[in-house]
Ligand binder design. Structure first.
Ligand code: SAH
Length: 263
């Protein structure tokens, strides 16, 4: 295939976990790689798309459990390409969203290694689809903000809370589980009503997916008590109100979480 010669790197979005949410292009590229460097968040079903002889290298990073630092990953990718491999760097969701893609891109460019990007379905899209919610709503949510609430160890979250506390926007918080209480407090202090609808989606698109509906002032409790070990998103804003109507599998849990939190 002439878009993937030996010695090249493709930075490939693996989507949120469900192998059917991998694009056809990503599927083809994964199947062509002689080596696949992948994150912890890449689902096992996606890795099965690799060619039988391909080397799968786990370079996973999960909060607090960094198995390889970013510079090491950059070097591994570049070295493999310079050794003549067809390198797939497989990243959860879309590689351009909170994916440290820029570092890998620039490491390749600096080394003169040809590199291209294949986009993927980001977790927010998968979560919204599972919730049956639109992230934007005419007249109600005219703005969509993706933010990460991951702070460096020991450092406070340094976000522009005034700007984020926008009642006309949907706010999607990546890596927000540990910081849920801070997110809730800061947004309320910055003026967002405590009654603002919130949805939490864990392991979106995977069989173990969980959905929880609550409101901004109760978010800390729900995040602490309802979420498990999977990756989770916090979705905040008026656009999430409708998704709380009984229709899907999650709403029984939701009700419990809200009621017990309210009493
Ligand atoms: N590039 C990825 C995001 C990487 S940051 C993307 O576009 O989706 C990692 C964070 O993404 C996790 O902490 C979590 O907040 C979110 N995330 C990734 N996969 C997820 C999933 N299947 N369900 C819910 N959140 C997910």
């Amino acid at each position: 295939m002439n878009d993937f010669p030996a010695g090249m790197v493709w930075l490939v979005g693996a989507g949120p976990g469900d192998p059917e949410l991998v694009t056809r292009k990503a599927e083809r590229l994964i199947g062509l790689g002689t080596v696949v460097f992948h994150d912890a968040l890449v689902g096992p079903g996606v890795l099965e798309l690799a060619a039988p002889g391909a080397r799968l290298v786990h370079v996973g990073k999960r909060s607090g459990r960094h198995s390889k630092d970013q510079r090491t990953i950059d070097q591994l990718i570049v070295q493999a390409a310079l050794a003549g491999e067809r390198v797939v760097r497989l990243k959860g969701g879309d590689p351009a969203i909170f994916g440290r893609m820029a570092e890998e891109l620039s490491a390749c460019r600096t080394a003169g290694v040809p590199v291209r990007i294949c986009p993927g379905v980001t977790a927010a899209s998968a979560a919204a689809a599972s919730l049956g919610a639109s992230l934007t709503l005419r007249g109600l949510a005219r703005k969509l903000t993706f933010v990460t609430a991951h702070a460096r160890t020991g450092e406070p979250l340094d976000l522009d809370w005034k700007a984020l506390a926008d009642p006309d926007a949907t706010l999607v918080v990546y890596m927000g589980k540990a910081a849920a209480a801070d997110v809730s407090r800061h947004l309320i202090v910055a003026g967002l009503p405590g009654s603002t609808p919130v949805a939490l989606v864990e392991s979106a698109s995977l069989p173990e997916e969980g959905q929880f509906h609550t409101r901004l002032d109760l978010l800390p409790l729900v995040a602490r008590t309802a979420l498990g070990e999977g990756p989770a998103l916090l979705l905040i804003g008026a656009a999430l109100a409708d998704s709380a109507q009984p229709s899907g599998r999650a709403n029984a849990v939701t009700g419990t979480a809200c009621e017990s939190a309210a009493t």
